[in-house]
Every structure is written in structure tokens, then in C-alpha cells.
Design a protein around this ligand. Structure first.
Ligand SMILES: *Cc1c(COP(=O)(O)O)cnc(C)c1O
Length: 446
């Protein structure tokens, strides 16, 4: 699909941002020129996927589209059983609802927001075990997404192996700037889970992007294909949770997959309760069909190479324009270091959120803050994520983004930070709906 996009006038952008309460989530997408808010479900489907969509089988039970998905999951990921769900968080609800109980602890290289919420919703404690260099935006390491197994063992000492029913590995590591996880690390995590008798789940949302990095960076796999690496890496897991909106290249959908028949049976029951009958899982048959095709396309050359290289190219364009970014760039997004772009804005005035607003004002570009505004009470660095939708933008769009960011950097002193005017009761969710205003406009700053 192709659709026109336009850059609204500066005046319109000022109005739109003001009406949105300086929160890019509140903008109308029509007022955005280059939309890098997320890569989740925002990509373009292929001709093959649109063809599959037309042929989707809408049978309530036993749909042919479901069998196509099951075959694709068996061939691409190597799991016998699949439970489709409306999106990735549905898969998390199905799997963690079965495996995790109140008082448990669940280690993960880093929990994605919805994973954290589902573990917490079971009354369990989500514990991050990131690589020691994960939070350093300048450290050079090929696999900053890895799971720190020593931290896993420390958790065992603290709470006891019997309180850890599941060990999770997120590939790529979304909460650590989309950094990849090596196969060697995957083997170590599998051995750790095995030793403590826990189920090993891979959050496989970006498994194809991760396989590409393994091919480029892990000597053992230099001659393997992305499809072979993906199969190898996932073979160590007992189960996967998957968002189809990422590496299954669709606009909506997800699934859980596993070999163990008992886990499959239990997951199916929970699917019926929350998602729908287990051959459609809350999706139209046509969406299941398009997801089956997308899953195969994700590991076919040259798709994923071009995808990851496009992200790296955006990183280079920004660096060349003097805009500091998290290094090395990961799989799906470039993370701009807002504290370096706006060094004069103190943390309590949200330099990351101010940079999001500045990018919109300057060039109609929409990104998202993942720092002190989105994660109150943590000491996260203020990063702004620019996530690239799959198969969507061209190099000219990336150049526009880099020029916009450079213009912001050059007029940095115009941006003095923001303050919150209104926020929802749950602080963890405030970045989705809070309203802000320029800090300089407040009476106290006059
Ligand atoms: C997007 C995502 C999820 C959740 O998937 P949804 O389809 O948004 O529900 C879970 N884990 C990771 C790593 C993700 O990126």
C-alpha cells in the first residue's frame, strides 16, 4: 500500500502539539510527516500477504488458515504446536497465566513493558538480568542484549530455584535499544533454566532481526542462513511468545508456540477464555493467513538484511549530523541521547520528551521518549527512540529525519524543557496520556 504523507505547516504543527498537550501519543497521525513512534504493526504487507488475506478461511473451528500458520511455525521456528492470539501480549497472558503463580520470580534479560505487566499481574516479580554494558550507550560489544546468567544465579540464591518457574530471553532485547542476543548466550540461558528445572521461554518478537546479527557477528554462524540461525536459536527454548506485529510482518496478530503437549493443552484452555477458539485466537482467518506468509518472508533474504541496514543507515546519518545515538544501533530503532542534544535541560524538565516535541515542531517527525518521563522513579538515561516501520520509508525520509534532528541540535537553546500539567493515576502508564506544557511558560519560571 502507498499513501500520501504531507508535512503540515509550522503553524499547524505548533497548534497540533499544543492541542496534544506536548505528548506525541495525542497527535493525529495525519499531522505527522515521518512516523517513527513504533515498528509495531506499522509496516507494509507484501503482495503475497495481500493475496493470502483474500483467501483467508473464516471457519470458526479448523480453519485452513490456521493450518497454514501451524505449518509456517513448524518450518520457520521448529515448534510442533501453536496457539494464535490477538497480539503478543495475548500470547504472554496465555503462557504466563499457565506457568507463573503468586510469589514467583521471573528472570529475563530485560522485560518488555507488557511482559513485565503480565508477570506482575500473576502476582510474581519480574527481574531484569541485562548485560553489564546494556545501559552504556557508548560501549562497543556485539551482543549487548545478552542475558547475564550470573545475575540469574544471584536470583536463585535470593528466592530459591523452586520460586522460578520460567526463565525468559527476549530477542532482540527491545528494552535494551534493540540489541541482539548471541546463540552462545542462548545456550547458557537454556542450561541455566534446565539446571533449576524452569521452563525456558523465548520472547521471539524480533527473532529474524536477531538471527541477522548472529550471522554478522558470531563466528560460528558466518556461513549459515538467517533461516538456519533462527531455527537453531529457537531450538533451545521450550516455548516462544510472539507478536505478529514485529517479525511476522503483519498489522495485527500473535501466537504462542511450544512442543510440550501438556503446556499446549493448558495454553489452549486459557486461549479459549481470553482470546477465542484456538484455531483463530481473536483474529480473523485472513489475518492468520497473512501472518503465516509474513513469518516465512521474515527469514527470506534479502528482507531482514535490508531492514537492519536501513536502521544502521539512519544511525549513521544522525551521527554524521552531530546527533549522538546509542551504539551500536540495534535491530528496529535508533535511540537518540536526548541529554547530550539538550544538555542545558535538567532531568526533571524531561529532556527526552522535550526532544520528541522538538523533532515534531522542527520537521513533523514523531518518535517516543523512553527515559525519565516514561519510566518515572528510575535512573534510565533519557533516550528518544526512532523506530522504523518495516518496508515503509525510503532514504529521503531518513535524510529528512537526520536534517530535522540536526536543526534541533543547532537551535537547542530554544528548548527549555517541559512540566506535567495533568497525569493519569497509574504513573507507569503516564507517558501514554499525560499532558504537559513548556516549562518556561509556567508562572513559577517567569
Ligand atoms: C511488542 C512486544 C511485545 C508485545 O506484543 P504486542 O503485539 O504489542 O502485544 C512483547 N515483547 C516484545 C519484546 C515486544 O517488542
Amino acid at each position: 500500500m502507498v499513501e500520501p504523507i504531507t508535512l503540515p505547516s509550522r503553524e499547524r504543527r505548533e497548534e497540533a502539539l499544543d492541542a496534544a498537550g506536548y505528548n506525541a501519543f495525542n497527535l493525529d497521525a495525519d499531522d505527522v510527516f515521518v512516523d517513527l513512534l513504533t515498528d509495531s504493526g506499522t509496516g507494509t504487507m507484501s503482495a503475497e500477504q495481500w493475496g493470502a488475506l483474500m483467501r483467508g478461511d473464516e471457519a470458526y473451528a479448523g480453519s485452513r488458515s490456521f493450518r497454514e500458520l501451524r505449518e509456517a511455525v513448524r518450518e520457520v521456528m521448529g515448534f510442533e504446536h501453536v496457539v494464535p492470539t490477538h497480539q503478543g501480549r495475548g500470547a504472554e497472558n496465555v503462557v504466563y497465566g499457565v506457568l507463573v503463580e503468586e510469589g514467583d520470580a521471573v528472570p529475563n534479560n530485560a522485560h518488555f513493558d507488557t511482559t513485565r505487566a503480565h508477570v506482575a499481574n500473576q502476582g510474581a516479580d519480574p527481574v531484569d538480568c541485562p548485560h553489564e554494558l546494556a545501559r552504556d550507550p557508548d560501549a562497543d560489544h556485539p551482543f549487548k542484549g545478552n542475558f547475564d546468567v550470573d545475575a540469574g544465579w544471584e536470583l536463585v540464591e535470593d528466592v530459591g530455584a523452586e520460586s522460578i518457574p520460567v526463565v525468559v530471553l527476549t530477542v532482540t532485547n527491545n528494552s535494551v535499544a534493540g540489541q541482539p542476543v548471541s546463540v552462545a548466550n542462548t545456550r547458557e540461558v537454556a542450561a541455566f533454566a534446565d539446571e533449576i528445572d524452569a521452563t525456558f521461554v523465548i520472547d521471539a518478537c524480533r527473532f529474524a532481526e536477531n538471527a541477522h546479527f548472529v550471522r554478522e557477528r558470531e563466528a560460528e554462524f558466518a556461513d549459515a542462513t538467517v533461516a538456519e540461525i533462527a531455527r537453531e536459536q529457537l531450538s533451545y527454548a521450550d516455548a516462544v511468545t510472539m507478536s505478529g506485529k514485529k517479525d511476522a510482518l503483519v498489522n495485527i496478530g500473535g501466537f504462542a508456540a511450544m512442543d510440550d503437549p501438556d503446556l499446549f493443552e493448558a495454553a489452549k484452555q486459557r486461549c479459549i477464555l481470553y482470546e477465542g477458539f484456538p484455531t483463530y485466537g481473536g483474529l480473523a482467518g485472513r489475518d492468520v493467513a497473512a501472518m503465516a506468509v509474513g513469518l516465512r518472508e521474515a527469514v527470506e533474504p534479502p528482507y531482514v538484511r535490508e531492514r537492519v541496514e536501513q536502521v544502521a543507515e539512519l544511525g549513521r546519518l544522525l551521527t554524521d549530523a552531530g546527533v549522538p545515538v546509542y551504539e551500536p544501533t540495534g535491530g528496529h530503532a535508533v535511540y537518540v541521547d536526548a541529554e547530550s542534544v539538550l544538555p542545558h535541560v535538567p532531568k526533571e524538565r524531561f529532556p527526552g520528551q522535550e526532544l520528541v516535541c522538538a523533532l515534531y515542531l522542527e520537521g513533523g517527525v514523531r518518535g517516543v521518549e523512553l527515559g525519565g518521563f516514561a519510566f518515572p522513579g528510575t535512573d534510565r538515561p533519557d533516550l528518544v527512540r526512532l523506530a522504523l516501520p518495516r518496508r515503509t520509508y525510503s532514504r529521503e525520509h531518513l535524510e529528512h529525519v537526520a536534517e530535522t534532528a540536526a536543526a534541533v541540535r543547532e537551535s537547542a537553546e530554544c528548548y527549555e524543557g517541559l512540566q506535567i500539567v495533568e497525569e493519569p493515576p497509574m504513573r507507569e502508564l503516564r507517558h501514554f496520556s499525560a499532558r504537559l506544557e513548556p516549562a518556561a511558560a509556567s508562572p513559577s519560571a517567569d
